[in-house]
Structures are given as C-alpha cells and as structure tokens.
Design a binder for this molecule. Structure first.
Ligand code: ZN
Length: 161
C-alpha cells in the first residue's frame, strides 16, 4: 500500500515544481511548474510550454503528465500531482480522467477554477499557500499580462487587476 507523503515530502516536491516554474519564467514563459509523484518517486517534472513550444494545451500539469509518458491506470491512481498554481479545468480534467487521487497546490489566490469540481469527484486537494508561488504569479500578472490572459482563455482587458 502506498505510504502517505509527509508535510516535508509535500514541501520537497513543491520545491521541484517551483524550480520548474522559475525555469519557465527565465525562458520567457509562464511561471507555473508541476511534478507527478508515484509512491514517493518523481515520475516527471514539467512546466507551462505556451511560449516555449507555442502550445495551446501544455500547461504545467499537462506537460508533466505528457512527459511521464504512458502509464497504467493503477500508477495514476497511486500518484500525486503537485502544481505551483491551482489547476484550470483542462488540467483538472486530465487529473480526473486518469484518476489521480490527490493534487497539491502551491497557491490559489492568483487563480482558482477547479477545486470544487476536483473535490466533488473525490480528489483530495491540499493548498499550501506558498509565498514563492504567489510571488511568481504576481510578477507574471504585472509583467506579462498578455501571455497570462491567453493561458487562461481570456482577453487581457478581462483580467481582474
Ligand atoms: Zn491548466
């Protein structure tokens, strides 16, 4: 049976996701990162690829799940998805499709769209409210609002700021 990750484990995996987010920012992209962990082992780490790959669907979570490659259903069902920002509906949908039972969120003050849906479907969602994740997003929204609004499917004039 899978061992539950401790608070220290959660922090360590979130740190990896934050590294990915910072790397993405340094590449000129959206500073959101994610990590997929199966029973304490990192399967993949990734970040938003909107700018880097010109991708419309590779958010941090979907990039990470894509990088993990094809996995059996049983592996997803014992995995935890760590993400620096609360997932959008597309990423939450991917987690739901594969039956990932737990999502650990760095922060949800900048954006929150799917936590009720995830919980309603039995996914455990833990929000760590990490100051570094918030700082990455605050800088993003101020300095690269066009890329951010594009990422969440709104016009930049529609962003609440
Ligand atoms: Zn997403």
């Amino acid at each position: 049976m899978a061992q539950s990750p401790t608070a220290e484990d959660d922090q360590r995996f979130l740190d990896l996701a934050i590294e990915q987010a910072s790397m993405s920012w340094d590449e000129g992209g959206v500073p959101i990162g994610a990590v997929l962990v199966h029973q304490g082992r990192v399967l993949a780490a990734g970040h938003n690829q909107r700018v880097q790959k010109g991708s419309a669907i590779l958010h941090a979570e979907t990039d990470t799940i894509e990088r993990a490659g094809r996995l059996s259903a049983g592996v997803y069902r014992e995995s935890v998805l760590y993400t620096t920002l609360s997932p959008c509906l597309m990423c939450a949908g991917t987690a739901l499709l594969y039956g990932i039972p737990r999502v650990v969120v760095g922060e949800n003050r900048s954006f929150e769209m799917s936590e009720a849906l995830l919980r309603e479907r039995g996914v455990s969602v833990d929000v760590l409210d990490d100051a570094r994740c918030r700082a990455l997003m605050e800088r993003m929204i101020v300095e690269r609002p066009e890329i951010w609004s594009e990422d969440i499917g709104v016009e930049s004039s529609e962003l609440d700021r």
